[in-house]
Design a protein around this ligand. Structure first.
Ligand code: SF4
Length: 258
């Protein structure tokens, strides 16, 4: 049974995105904006992070770098060697050839694994460039551009998607991919990073998938889903109606952070 609450129609938000960012930031911030990794490293980490936890993907990434030292060495390694190194990240049989393929495609098109030139491109072009790489969807491209290159690219992960739906910032039929465009148009560029980290913190800590803690939520007063969840909370937690939109429970990539 789904635990989400976006069932029969669009919920109207009673809070603006900027107010939600402000309230969540005051609760979960301040947020550190240091670049985490070089962009090519971030590309590899985003592939490793697909369908696994942050802890597993980080471990797999560290093992990969300990084993090969550089991504250039990974690009020319045997797939089986890469596979062995990234086993803790899961789906190694799929991720190993993909990592090797992506690195070699970047080398082929760019001559180097230095992707800092993306910073000089208009945001849409930089996103399109990255999305031509296999396995790099809107979320991965957003993470690479936002976290590694400091660009105002939206990256909607499963937590952010859930919070946006419950707050009525996106409609019930909006897919996670489409949510990128909608939220990018709703959040001013200077606030995109703060939006990402505040909403993800809120989704992880309070607006959880199974049991949202509405009683301690900083945006509860503006949340059109609060009444539903508060009314259905009991010893076993809130339950959503049987016809709940199953898209909310479709497995999506987990966020990653080092
Ligand atoms: S009130 Fe509840 S459902 Fe709404 S954002 Fe807060 S925790 Fe999530």
């Amino acid at each position: 049974m789904s635990s989400d609450h976006q069932v029969t129609g669009r919920l109207e938000p009673d809070i603006s995105v900027s107010d939600a960012i402000r309230l969540m930031s005051s609760r979960y911030g301040p947020f550190d904006r240091k670049p985490r990794l070089e962009p090519a490293h971030e590309v590899v980490l985003t592939i490793l992070s697909q369908h696994t936890s942050d802890a597993n993907s980080s471990r797999a990434f560290r093992r990969l770098m300990d084993r090969f030292g550089t991504l250039e060495a990974v690009a020319s390694a045997e797939v089986a060697q890469i596979e062995e190194a990234i086993i803790p990240g899961g789906l190694a049989k799929i991720k190993a050839p993909r990592i090797r393929q992506v690195l070699n495609l970047v080398l082929e098109h760019n001559g180097t694994l230095d992707l800092s030139f993306l910073r000089e491109m208009p945001l849409d072009e930089a996103k399109a460039w990255l999305r031509k790489l296999p396995g790099i969807g809107p979320k991965s491209a957003g993470i690479i551009l936002c976290f590694s290159l400091g660009m105002p690219a939206m990256a909607i992960d499963t937590h952010i998607y859930r919070v946006c739906r419950r707050l009525g910032l996106i409609g019930p039929k909006v897919t996670a991919d489409k949510a990128h465009d909608i939220m990018e148009a709703s959040v001013i560029p200077e606030q995109v990073f703060k939006f990402h980290v505040s909403f993800i913190s809120h989704g992880r800590q309070v607006c959880k998938a199974q049991r949202p803690r509405c009683a301690e939520c900083v945006v509860a007063e503006g949340c059109p889903s609060r009444g539903y969840f508060m009314a259905h909370e009991d010893a076993s937690g809130p339950e959503a109606p049987a016809l709940a939109d199953r898209r909310a429970n479709t497995p999506v990539q987990l966020p990653h952070s080092l």
